[in-house]
Design a protein around this ligand. Structure first.
Ligand code: PEP
Length: 236
């Protein structure tokens, strides 16, 4: 299975920066890696992607089936901009008050409209019980069709943007627990990504673990370093 690398640009960037990123990404040659770029909504149209290995994603979606939702973005709007993937339940949105129930609504809205949710889960503190993460997985997937292959990004909140990294053994343990949980819930397959403080100096150690790919935050804005990571993984 190809490795998956997701770039979450968060609330960063400019037309100028994204023009540079898109130019370099369109020239990038990879054999066995799927890349997903998730810019802020207002820059989606800057991402005229001409690379079969690269897809467009975004960082959120509405949880409501109702056009009277000021400030929300609907699935049909995203599809019009060629978006395929949606990051759902990122810890930075959970911090703003997003609850498991809304995350589940967003996951269902994605799946009902042909969009693929990338569901973010992770414990707050290093000392937290890892089973809380499995509860997040279960809640996010409640009442979704079993013939889908959920994409889960395991992102320990304490590792996001902090430079702190879990031991590979912890990532492996969590990845196995998530896969077992998803099988127990009745899904045939899943994709498990890791995210949190990955950079060019540590990605090799992490990709050697039992995960299917990475969700990259800060480093995705440094396009040359991002490409170095993608090539390093593609050549593994
Ligand atoms: C993230 O925000 O999902 C993330 C992984 O960020 P960073 O790589 O900067 O830790």
């Amino acid at each position: 299975m190809p490795k998956v690398i997701v770039a979450n640009y968060k609330m960063n960037g400019s037309k100028k920066l994204y023009a540079t990123i898109v130019k370099k990404i369109n020239k990038l040659k990879v054999m066995d890696t799927r890349i997903v770029l998730c810019p802020p909504f207002v820059y989606l149209d800057e991402f005229r992607l001409k690379n079969r290995s690269v897809s467009l994603g975004c960082q959120d979606i509405t949880n409501e089936d109702n056009s009277k939702s000021t400030g929300q973005i609907s699935p049909s709007m995203l599809l019009e901009f060629r978006v395929k993937y949606v990051i759902v339940g990122h810890s930075e949105r959970r911090k703003l008050g997003e609850k498991d129930e809304q995350i589940n609504e967003k996951v269902k809205i994605c799946l009902n409209n042909g969009l693929l949710p990338i569901i973010c889960v992770g414990e707050e503190k290093k000392s937290d019980k890892l089973d809380s993460v499995l509860l997040q997985v279960e809640q996010a997937l409640k009442s979704t069709p079993k013939d889908t292959s959920p994409i889960i990004a395991y992102e320990p909140v304490w590792a996001i943007g902090t430079g702190k990294l879990p031991e590979v053994a912890r990532i492996n343990r969590m990845s196995k627990k998530i896969r077992d949980k998803i099988r127990d819930l009745g899904y045939q397959n899943c994709v498990v990504l890791y995210g949190g403080s990955v950079n060019k100096d540590n990605f090799k150690e992490i990709i050697s673990s039992e995960i299917d790919g990475l969700l990259l935050g800060g480093v995705s804005l440094r396009i040359d370093e991002f490409i170095e990571i993608v090539k390093g993984i593609d050549n593994e």
